[in-house]
Design a binder for this molecule. Structure first.
Ligand code: TIU
Length: 232
């Protein structure tokens, strides 16, 4: 049948300029939406943070996640955390600062930031489907010491829609890693959050400044609009 080709291109009204994406070469990358960062009693709170600051990102991420699932886009979730024996946790990370509980200590959601514990899991609202990719990462960046590069190459991914927490820590680190590896990153502004609103703002500005030195920034409405209105 004529004109039956699936639309494959979309234009996101992003900053610093609109970006055209080939949807089959685009993945949604959701960074560390774990109970350890989002809920009281987890790693984020042990560092002295107000975890309620992060809740605002859940609904926008949920909307883009639904659109990604509806359109068959590859969805990748990441989780920051460590092996139970802490063999992948550098002492420089574990011993840092004066948290109320350290990585590996028992907390109300199990051992802090340890794989397999309740606190390490992704929040129910954004829980991965069995068909989706989950990347466990020991660092802030999603490329360091993970199989993410292999996954992206396997699926022919060139572009990443990036969201999650926190804006200036794991999101920014991952976007910088991805940018150096040649991926186009569009960061979903309202799908990211920080314990520090001013760091969220500056974290997004740093990405899109200088002509998009690390990538592009768009809100979830612009991303959803582009996913809806595609051209061949
Ligand atoms: N502390 C903080 O803002 N973030 C992290 O430790 N990890 C992530 O951002 N996922």
């Amino acid at each position: 049948m004529l004109n039956s080709a699936k639309p494959t291109l979309g234009v996101i009204n992003a900053e610093p300029e609109p970006i055209k994406l080939d949807w089959p070469a685009t993945a949604l990358l959701i960074i560390d939406m774990q109970r350890d960062f989002m809920e009281p009693g987890g790693f984020g709170e042990t560092l002295g943070n107000d975890v309620s600051q992060l809740a605002r990102a859940v609904e926008p991420i949920g909307a883009v996640l639904k659109a990604a699932r509806d359109t068959g886009m590859l969805v990748i979730h990441t989780r920051e955390g460590h092996l139970p024996d802490l063999s992948d946790a550098p002492p420089a990370k574990v011993e840092r600062g004066a948290p109320s509980l350290r990585i590996g200590d028992p907390g109300p959601m199990g051992r802090i930031l340890i794989r397999g514990e309740a606190g390490h899991d992704i929040i129910p609202e954004l829980y991965p489907l069995d068909s989706e990719v989950v990347i466990d990462k020991p660092g802030k960046g999603a490329f360091y010491a993970t199989e993410l590069t292999d996954v992206l190459e396997k699926y022919g991914i060139e572009n990443l829609l990036v969201c999650g927490v926190t804006t200036e820590v794991c999101v920014n680190t991952t976007v910088r890693e991805a940018n150096d590896r040649g991926y186009r990153c569009v960061v979903i502004s309202d799908g990211c959050a920080s314990y520090f609103p001013e760091f969220h703002e500056m974290g997004l500005k740093m990405i899109k400044a200088q002509g998009g030195i690390f990538g592009w920034v768009a809100d979830s409405a612009a991303v959803l609009e582009a996913m809806k209105v595609s051209t061949t």
